[in-house]
Design a protein around this ligand. Sequence first.
Ligand SMILES: Nc1ncnc2c1ncn2[C@@H]1O[C@H](COP(=O)(O)OP(=O)(O)OP(=O)(O)O)[C@@H](O)[C@H]1O
Ligand SMILES: [Mg+2]
Length: 779
Amino acid sequence: MLDALAARNEDLDRKYGVRLKLRIGVNTGEVIWSGPTGKAEPTVGRTVSIAQRLESTAAPNTVHAGDSTYRAARRKFEFKAAPLITITGADDLERAYELVGAKRGVGAGSERLEVPVAGGGASLQVGAERAYLLEEQRKVVTVLFADLAEPLADRLQTEVLQRVLGSYFSAVSAEIARFGGTIDKYVGDAVMAVFGAPVSHEDDAARAIHAALGIHAALRKESDAIERRFGVRLVAHIGVNTGEVVAGLLPGEVAAYTVTGDTVNTAQRIESVTPREQTYVSATTYAVARHAFVYETVPELTLKGKSAPVAAFRVIAPERRASPRAGATLIGRDAELARLYAAFRAAAAGTGTAVHVHGEAGVGKTRLVTDFLSGLPTAQRVRARANSYEEATPYALVAELVRRMFGISPADTEDAARAALAGRLGRTTADGATALLLEILGYAVVSQLDPEGKRRLVIALLRQVIRDRGRERPLVVVIEDLHWTDPTSAEVLTEVAGVVPAERCLLLSTARDAAAARWPADAIALEALDSRAAEQLIDRVAAAPIDPATRALILERTAGNPFFIEEVVRSLKDGAVASVPATVQDLLEARLDALESSPRRVAHAGAVIGRTFWERVVARVTPDLDVAPALGTLTAERLVNETARTPEHTYSFAHALVQEVAYRTQLMTNRRRTHVTVGDAYASLFEERVDEFVDTLAFHYRRGDDDPKARTWLLRAGHRAQQLYANAEAVDYFSAAIERSAEDPAARADAQEALGDVAGVLGRYDEALDRYAAAATAV
Ligand SMILES: Nc1ncnc2c1ncn2[C@@H]1O[C@H](COP(=O)(O)OP(=O)(O)OP(=O)(O)O)[C@@H](O)[C@H]1O
Ligand SMILES: [Mg+2]
C-alpha cells in the first residue's frame, strides 16, 4: 500500500500540491464475524482494537504490527521494536513492532497470513427511486462517531462478548435510525454515522446530537440487565462534527455510499478524547445546533493531526425553552402584532379564535409569537412544536402538547408523569385516561382501548383541558411548525380545534405553508423584511459597523430574510462576506434534496448558468429532461421565480443563497463540465448574435475544463473589452487566456501582444515592450 501510495503521490503533488500519508496497523488473532450471509455486521474483538491502536500510534507512512503478526511474519519481514501500546480501558501493555521491509530472498506474500480487517460495508438505506441522490456531491453533513469507552474484548469470553456487543450495536443503530442518520461504517467497536447524506435535513446537526443523547440513554438502560448477568456495563463516548464532505458511491466493484473529507477525521479525533458517557461537539456543530441544546464549553482539545487546538462543547441536554433563538429587538411587525393582540382580546372576552402564521423558513414566525407572548404577562400559555424527525411518529405532536399542558419533561419517570397527570386531570378523569396519556407519552403502559377509542378519548381530554383552563384565565395554545405534524396528531388537533370558538382560548399556530392548519383560522402571511427594516437588522446584529457596500451585498444575498441576515452577518470575517454559512447551507440543501430528480437537476444546471437563467439554455444543458414542469415545481417550491416571458422565458433564483448552495453542492469536475455545456448552449442558440454573448461565453468557458474553447473566447472577450476601452477587463481576460494557452503558442503570443497594446495605451511603455518581446518568443 505504501509503495502504491508513494507512486500516486508524485502525481498528486504535481497536479494538486498534496501528498497522502498513511498509517497502517496490522494485527493477527481471533475475531467475531457474523459470516458472509449476515448483513453488514462489523468484525470486532480485541484483535481489532489492537490493530486500531497500532494504527493510531504509528508515524505517517509506517506500518506497525502487533505481537502475533510479528511472530507469524518475522521470517519473511524485518521488524524493529516500537513503543508498547495500551488499549483504552485495559491495563496491560501490548508489544508493537515497526515494519522495516521484506527480507531479501523471500517472496513477500508467498505464505498466507490471516489478518483481520476492521470495518464493514456501508449500509444503503435509500430506495431505488431516490437513486439520483447517490450522485457524487459536496454536502454539509454531520458525522457522529460513537465508541465504547472501555473495550470489552479482553474482559469477556468470545460468546458473551458477541451477545453484549450485539446489544451495543443494536442500541446504537436504533438511535441513529430514529433520527434519520445512516450508519457509514464500523471500525472495531466504533460506529460512524452520517446525518445529511444522501438526504439532507435542515436540522441534521441537531438530529445527530439527539441520537448521541439517545445512545447514552439506551446504553444505560441496556447495561442494567447486562451488568446483572455479565458484570460489565456498556459505556460509550461520542464525538460529533459538522462540515463539508464529498458524498457519493465509492468507485470500485462494491457499491458503497460513503462520505470523505477532513470533517470525518475530526469527528473521530474528537470522539477519541471525549470522556466516558459524554458527547463532545465541534465548534461548527455547535454553531449550527446552538439553539437546540444546552452546552458547556470545555477546554480546547489537542487532537492528533491538527496543528492548532480545537474548540469543543459538551452537550448537556436538549433545550426545552420554547424560543431560545432571540437576537436583536424585534424590528417592524407592528401590524401583525396588533392582529394577534386583537385576537387575544376577543378570546379573553369569550370568542375563541384560531390564528395561523405562515411564511418561509427563517422569516420570523417563531420570533413574532415569542414577542407576542411576552406582551401577555397574565395569560396562561402552552407552547409546543412539531419536530422534523417525528413526522412519521404517531401522536408525537400530541404527546409534546400533553407534556407542555401538564408540565411533564421527557426525562421524568413514569411515577412523576402519572402524578402530574393525576394532579391536573382530577375529577374530569375518564376511566383509562391516565393510562392512555402515559402510553402516548411513551411510557411502558398499554391502554385497553382500540385505536379509534384512543383517538376519541384523546380528543375529549384535550378539549376538556382547554375548557377547564379557559374558565380559570384566558388561555393561549401555541403549536409551532405544523408542517412537521405526524398524521395522527393532525387529525386529533383538527378535532380539538373545533372547540376553540366556544372557549376563552387563542389557538395560535405557525408553519411554512398556509395549508398546514387544517382548521378554520385567520391567516397571517409573514413576508420578508423590507429593505429599511433589513438594514436596521443588519446593523443591530453586526458586531462592528458595516460599510455600505457590504451592507448592500448582504441585502442582496438575503432578500430580507431575518434568519439569513443573522447568519450571513455572523459569518462575516474581517468585514468581508464569507461563503454560505453552514446553517443556511443545511437548510437550503434540505430543500433541494426534497426535490425529485428533474427539478433538482434543473436547479443544478440553472445554478451553473447564473442567478438568472433562460429556459431555452437550461433545456440545452439538460436535453434528456422535460424542463417546463421541472421549472414549475421549482417555482411552486419558491426556489426560483419566473421573471419574464419575452423575449426569453426567464427564471431567477429566489435567493442568491439558493443559487450558491445549488452550485456548491456539485462536484468541481461536474461543474466544470457543465460550464462548457452552458457555453456550447449559448454558442449554438445564439449563433447569429454571438458577439452579444462574448462575455457570457468567456465567463463559462473560463470556468469549464476545455482549454481550447477557454482561450478562444477569453481572447475574443479581451479584444472586445479593449475596443470598448475597458482596459482592466481586457487585462484580466488576456491574462486568463495566457494561463489557458500552455499548448497553443499562437494564442499565447496573441494574448501577450494584446496585453502589450493595453499597456501602451495606459502609458506603461516598458511593460508594453516586455510583452511584445514575450509574444515574439512565444511563437
Ligand atoms: N422582525 C424581526 N426583528 C428582529 N429579528 C428577527 C425578526 N424576525 C426574525 N428575527 C430573527 O431571525 C431569526 C429567524 O427567525 P425565526 O426563528 O422566528 O424564523 P421562523 O420563521 O420561525 O423560521 P422556521 O420556519 O425555520 O421556524 C431569529 O433569530 C429571530 O430572532
Ligand atoms: Mg420557527
